[in-house]
Ligand binder design. Structure first.
Ligand code: C2E
Ligand code: MG
Ligand code: MG
Length: 509
């Protein structure tokens, strides 16, 4: 194997054209020497070279020689092509045509080792690229990578290089910068070029962003592998800090990443030990009747500490743990619902789900299956989603909401007014309830414009046959104004804070 590798490397190094030339010269020399030999032979044997058979014999020899020569040339040309292809597969990305990591390692490794002067290695990973593949298909994903590669090339300076190292990851080796400040400018140029929307199959794609991690040479390392590890750690840190960001490598960075690993472990353990519990917050109708509640997750640790969702939901979403937490919440809500149904109590509970659920048919089916396995009538369960979740894959969200509805599960649009608040989306989504965000409610008795906006949103929602609930009601005045505007349901500390099942039952059932 080693010998073959060495041979391959040697062949790679020698120019194929040179080999071809040498072989042709050898073949021609052989042809001339064979011809001379034959002429000598005929002479020594006293054979008349003008004889017809001898002429024919000589012509045949010439034809054989020439065809051999041609065959030789063709074979060498084919081999040279194959080598070129192998070379391109080995060192270039098929998707973008950019050099790949092999190229970077083979070429820059030596350069980094000998250079020693200031340079930067930048790892780039796209955020939410998966959404392009999921929504527009893999060909569209490839097209985005290609267009991104072209943009990155435009940012490069003298001697810089960008590689496509696989998936949605790119690596820049930047020599045209002289210090950290110039590197920062370079990273900003990448971000700026990347932030322009892409147009793929006539569709605008503007939600894919980039997270960059930067390692500096010689400060962070002088060999490729060390620099690459540093830029990769920095890139993960950029993602951890909220994506669409660039971060310079720092020594204690590994510690934060280590912290993440510990946190992940803790949450996994919490899931195994079923430490994620449901707190219920009551909801009231406009005529003052209790109608149900919202299930809000709390992490109750072994030592009794109660952690709010802000301490774990976002992290769990980013680290693929939210589905398991939602499963625990749905289990608990279903069990509680069954006891209330047995006691002939009408309690509709809404459960918050995530973008991962609403854009994934399998997860939606599993939720439906879970509820039906418990035997809870679906009219007692609602799901809350937000606009930002829907935006990730609008079409899939529409289909999945319709699927939930076909099982009698109602869907509510949570936090309306904080995100895109697109009336167009509202028109097209088959939801049942619109939940006005607390931020609107907070200013309702101070801001005339908020009141006008809210009144019109409520009217439009009613026009779309949606029920409207307001959350975050803390005062009687807010309740009065919202009732006056025609809001259908209310939730907030005014009626009750989120509380455990026992307290919820004692106070409201
Ligand atoms: P959300 O779904 O919008 O829930 C309402 C949040 O507002 C709750 O915070 C609730 O306690 C708080 N709230 C309600 N009324 C008032 C009020 O009058 N005043 C004030 N200051 N706050 C009020 P909480 O329980 O901390 O939940 C925060 C967010 O965490 C939720 O916002 C929801 O997005 C998320 N969350 C909670 N549980 C789950 C869950 O099981 N799964 C998922 N995916 N997300 C959850
Ligand atoms: Mg909610
Ligand atoms: Mg909300």
């Amino acid at each position: 194997m080693r010998l073959i590798k060495k041979l391959k490397a040697l062949l790679n190094r020698l120019s194929v054209q040179l080999v071809l030339l040498v072989l042709i010269i050898i073949a021609m020399m052989e042809f001339v020497s064979v011809s001379v030999l034959i002429a000598d032979l005929l002479k020594n044997l006293n054979i008349n070279t003008n004889h017809e058979i001898v002429k024919l014999f000589l012509i045949k020899i010439v034809v054989i020689n020439v065809s051999m020569l041609l065959l030789f040339v063709i074979i060498v040309l084919l081999v040279s092509r194959v080598f070129k292809k192998i070379n391109s597969y080995a060192f270039y990305s098929c998707t973008t045509g950019l050099p790949n990591k092999n190229y970077m390692m083979n070429n820059l490794l030596k350069e980094i080792a000998t250079n020693g002067s200031f340079a930067a290695l930048i790892s780039l990973d796209m955020d939410d690229f998966k959404a392009v593949n999921d929504t527009l298909g893999h060909l569209a994903g490839d097209e985005l990578l290609k267009q991104a590669g072209e943009r990155f090339e435009q940012v490069l300076g003298e001697g810089d290089c960008v590689c496509h190292i696989g998936g949605d990851e790119f690596l820049f080796f930047v020599k045209s910068v002289k210090n950290k400040h110039e590197t920062e400018m370079f990273a900003k140029r990448i971000m700026e070029r990347f932030s322009q929307p892409f147009y793929i199959e006539n569709q605008k794609v503007d939600y894919v962003t980039a997270s960059l991690g930067i390692a500096l040479m010689p400060k962070d390392g002088i060999d490729f592998q060390t620099l690459f590890n540093c830029s990769d750690d920095a890139m993960y840190m950029a993602k951890r800090l909220g994506k669409s960001n660039f971060v310079f490598y720092e020594k204690n960075m590994n510690f934060h990443l280590y912290e993440d690993t510990i946190r992940k472990k803790e949450i996994k353990q919490g899931i195994r030990q079923k430490e994620f519990k449901v707190f219920y917050q009551p909801k009231y109708s406009t005529n003052g009747e209790f109608v149900g509640g919202e299930a809000l997750a709390r992490w109750i640790k072994e030592d009794g500490t109660v952690l709010p969702p802000s301490a774990f939901i976002e992290f769990a979403e980013r680290n693929g743990l939210i589905v398991a937490i939602t499963d625990l919440i749905v289990d608990e809500v279903c069990k509680d619902s069954l006891t209330w149904i047995q006691d002939k109590k009408e309690v509709i509970i809404s459960i918050n789900i995530t973008s991962e659920h609403i854009t994934n048919r399998d997860l939606i089916e599993k939720l439906i299956q879970k509820i039906s396995n418990y035997g809870v009538p679906t009219c007692y369960i609602e799901f809350e989603i937000t606009e930002s979740m829907v935006i990730e894959d609008f079409q899939k969200a529409v289909e999945n909401i319709a699927r939930l509805k076909s099982f009698g599960i109602r869907v509510s649009m949570d936090d309306f007014g904080t995100g895109y608040s697109s009336l167009n989306y509202l028109k097209r989504l088959p939801i049942d309830i619109l939940k006005i965000d607390k931020t609107f409610v907070d200013t309702i008795n101070q801001d005339e414009k908020d009141r006008v906006l809210l009144k019109n949103i409520i009217n439009i929602a009613h026009g779309f046959h949606l029920q409207v609930i307001a959350e975050g009601i803390e005062t009687a005045e807010q309740l009065f104004i919202l009732k006056d505007m025609g809001c259908d349901m209310f939730q907030g500390y005014y009626f009750g804070k989120p509380m455990n099942k026992k307290e919820f039952e004692e106070k409201f059932l």
